[in-house]
Design a binder for this molecule. Structure first.
Ligand code: FES
Length: 240
């Protein structure tokens, strides 16, 4: 075998060697290989945001976000361990109590990445005290409803509107616990933007914040994406 033909050494993910392309992150390489690493704010179409921390792994013993950590030869990566999954579960529980996530009444139930990831991590209850925030719903747009109560601040709509639609309809504002999703118009209302139902930002939300009007429950709960198979078995072809 010539030097050019020598296989590039991969990295170890939970004891199995995984190949990677130059420039790929650990999460990208794992996804390409059909290996599940839990995540919320990462999406294969967009640059990583690194904010939710659900994708944490241990790399040579050090905790980091797999969506931003570059893959490199000979890294020892641990992901599916009791300790790391317990941390993910705690982060999920904090997300659930910080917003209002009443799954049985949410149009996104069964198609929601937050709900599916919580099931995957064995989350059976919120554990922490609920905040019950009171965030007004924006129903001003003729075709799109915004329910900020379910926002997990993944910024996928921000990135989709800016990078794909070229509209900058959304932004994140505030700091820490006061961080929140904003509509970029003088009034702060969606009706006063040029957002349209066909925009990428209108379909990217992994939870139930951005919803089309007049299309509720077209597919019954029980027959939706994550009702059929758990999120860990749907690693490839990932789209919301
Ligand atoms: Fe990596 Fe959110 S998926 S930090």
């Amino acid at each position: 075998m010539t030097e050019e033909e020598s296989p590039v050494p991969g990295f170890m993910l939970d004891g199995e060697e995984l190949p990677f392309e130059p420039g790929e992150t650990i999460l990208q390489a794992a996804t390409r290989a059909g290996r599940y690493i839990p995540h919320l704010c990462w999406h294969p179409e967009f640059r990583a945001h690194g904010s939710c921390r659900i994708c944490i792994v241990k790399v040579n013993g050090r905790t980091c976000a797999s969506c931003t950590q570059q893959a490199a030869a000979d890294l020892e990566v641990q992901s599916n361990t009791e300790e790391i999954n317990a941390e993910r579960k705690m982060l999920l529980q904090m997300l659930f109590v910080e917003g209002n996530h009443f799954c049985p009444s949410c149009e996104k139930s069964g198609n929601c990445l937050l709900q599916a990831t919580a099931y995957q991590m064995g989350m059976e209850g919120p554990h922490f005290e609920e905040f019950y925030p009171d965030r007004p719903v924006d129903a001003s747009h003729p075709d799109i409803l915004l329910d900020f109560n379910r926002c997990i601040l993944c910024a996928l709509c921000v990135r989709a509107s800016r990078d794909v639609d070229g509209k900058d309809v959304f932004a994140l504002g505030g700091h820490g616990i006061a961080s929140h999703l904003l509509v970029n118009s003088a009034s702060g209302r969606l009706a006063d933007t040029d957002m349209a139902l066909g925009d990428r930002a209108a379909s990217i939300c992994p939870v139930g914040v951005i919803l089309p009007k007049r299309r509720g429950f077209a597919i019954p709960i029980g027959h939706r994406r994550y009702d059929a198979r758990p999120v860990s078995e749907q690693v490839e072809g990932e789209t919301p």
